[in-house]
Design a binder for this molecule. Sequence first.
Ligand code: SF4
Length: 329
Amino acid sequence: MAEKLLEVRELTAGFHTERGFLRAVDRVSLSLEAGQTLCVVGESGSGKSVTSLAIMRLLDYSGGTIAGGEIRFRGVDLTELPQREVMRIRGNRLTMVFQDPISALNPVFTAGDQIAESLRVHKGMSPKAAWRKAVDMLRLVGIPDPEMRAGQYPHEMSGGMCQRVVIAMALACDPELIIADEPTTALDVTVQAQILELLQRLKRELRTSILLITHDMGVAAEMADRIAVMYAGAVVEEGTAAAIFERPRHPYTIGLLRSIPGTTGERGTELYTIKGGIPRIEQLPGGCRFHPRCPYAMENCAREEPPLLEAADGHRSACWLTDMPEVMT
Ligand code: SF4
């Protein structure tokens, strides 16, 4: 059995408000093996980003709290570590690529300085050696004339180039895991494809594992070894990418797959949309949290919450309907 790099068990996280604790993430369990890509997929508000911030132990900085569960990184529970210990791991063995490259970069430092800083802090490199490695990293991520670009500021670069710099920063210390939160959403379509290709290439060449957060099933199809589908703070389906695309089990996953442009057939046909919207976390419906939008909802769905159970080998789904019609095939 391959080694588990990351194991999230029953993670609960959210925000303390005047109305009490709002659970943005409710007993989420995920796992990722070394060298693999796990895509966490769902609409905005499904808890994907809160999950990734919790794994990075950055939730405290956004006003959130981890209220329960474990986040085991190479067997060590990150929730138990003091922040100073976490800071030795974060930015070094565990790094993050944020959605908006412009705000992820510091406008008053050059690209080279920003990459070199983590090498000086985490690897103890001299300023000269760190700068040389920063230039190498810019070359690795496909930035032309890296010696010149290393001396430039973020405002002198395009959005796509800034995202390459952010990826170079994330990779500089040879991390074991990169968490990429919607890394292409802020970019043009053609640049998006280049960045996804770059992540795939780097994963192959450097054997870095990737936890990719995306709302786009098309992106998951390109990138994922395994997929976890989140809805309203919970994982509702999880399995290999092949199993999820060939035989999706949960009606929400089926809806997401049917909503991919170009997979529903003839030209001129209307694109499928899942009716309604994702509920606010303070107004979650009882029973199955997807029931108000589910075309297959039955009477007990509004009363009892279905557990995430194994539907086939390593493929889990949280739905009372065990024999889902094969609508996608
Ligand atoms: Fe739909 Fe019921 Fe399954 Fe929920 S449990 S997804 S409402 S069929």
